[in-house]
Design a protein. Structure first.
Length: 274
């Protein structure tokens, strides 16, 4: 019944209805699509486990891009990702292997840059050409085509846990993004928080489990306990309920490894009694 109450979303691009996307949709789904329609780029930022990358994939599918159609590229940020991963490299025998960024840029695919704040700041300067209206991307390792021209259908979406300010207490290993890069994304920033409608649906018939997890999340936030109660836990909670466990046991599993101070701050004994 809850699934049937999900508001249907019909997407029109230039007055033409596009692909239907089935399944649960985040409350920010329409706005993310609007950004992609107007600017062909968008930046999603929010806590861990809110479904940002899944939301990007859903929006891409609505616009006609998918991995099945081979017009959806995905690249996850880390310090090990180099410029050659993005714009291509030359092998020892002179063969050029295209990069995921330049390939999407040239072919008009949808590019998802996940963990955007994890890219090396210097290598990430490549994205300055990708995110603006210049229309040219340097591919210096390709001798025959030293630059790529942007295809009119090229779309790009980035996802991160921070707004590019660098490391914080919750997300280690995140770098500070270049100001010129941030400038290109200022008009398309979308904050993606936890969506309770999705979390309730993921718990299925076990609505008390959803209430239990929301309660634990609220206690963590109010008492500054640095633990994540993400949307993923609601699906995992349903699985444990179907396996015969109760909410008290679920809390024991989740809080395994927490310090005594953290358990006291959230008053885990009271929560288990409830």
């Amino acid at each position: 019944k809850i699934n049937s109450l999900q508001r249907p979303i019909t997407v029109y691009i230039d007055d033409v209805e596009v692909n239907e996307v089935k399944g649960l949709k985040h409350k920010q789904f329409p706005f993310v699509l609007e950004c992609l329609k107007l600017f062909k780029r968008v930046w999603l930022c929010g806590p861990s486990g809110t479904g940002k990358s899944h939301l990007i994939e859903q929006c891409a599918k609505a616009l006609g891009f998918s991995t099945d159609d081979k017009n959806y590229e995905y690249l996850k940020g880390s310090a090990g990702v180099t410029e050659s991963h993005m714009t291509g490299r030359m092998t020892f025998d002179g063969t050029f292997i295209d990069g995921s960024v330049s390939r999407a840029f040239r072919d008009g695919s949808f590019l998802c840059l996940d963990e955007f704040d994890g890219f090396d700041a210097n290598a990430g300067l490549v994205f300055n050409s990708v995110l603006d209206n210049q229309g040219i991307l340097a591919t210096p390792n390709d001798k025959e085509n030293p630059f790529a021209k942007k295809h009119k259908d090229f779309h790009v979406a980035v996802a991160s846990n921070t707004w590019g300010d660098g490391n914080d207490f919750n997300f280690a290993g995140r770098g500070q993004l270049d100001l010129a890069t941030l400038d290109r994304l200022q008009a398309v920033k979308v904050y993606v928080d936890y969506d309770k409608n999705i979390e309730r649906a993921l718990c299925g018939e076990f609505t008390k489990t959803a209430e239990c997890l929301w309660n634990l999340r609220d206690r963590c936030n109010k008492n500054h306990v640095r633990r994540t109660i993400s949307t993923r836990l609601f699906l995992d909670g349903q699985k444990w309920m179907l396996a015969g466990k109760n909410n008290s046991k679920l809390l024991d599993i989740i809080t395994t490894g927490w310090t005594k101070e953290e358990l006291d701050k959230v008053n885990i004994k009271e929560l288990k009694r409830e």
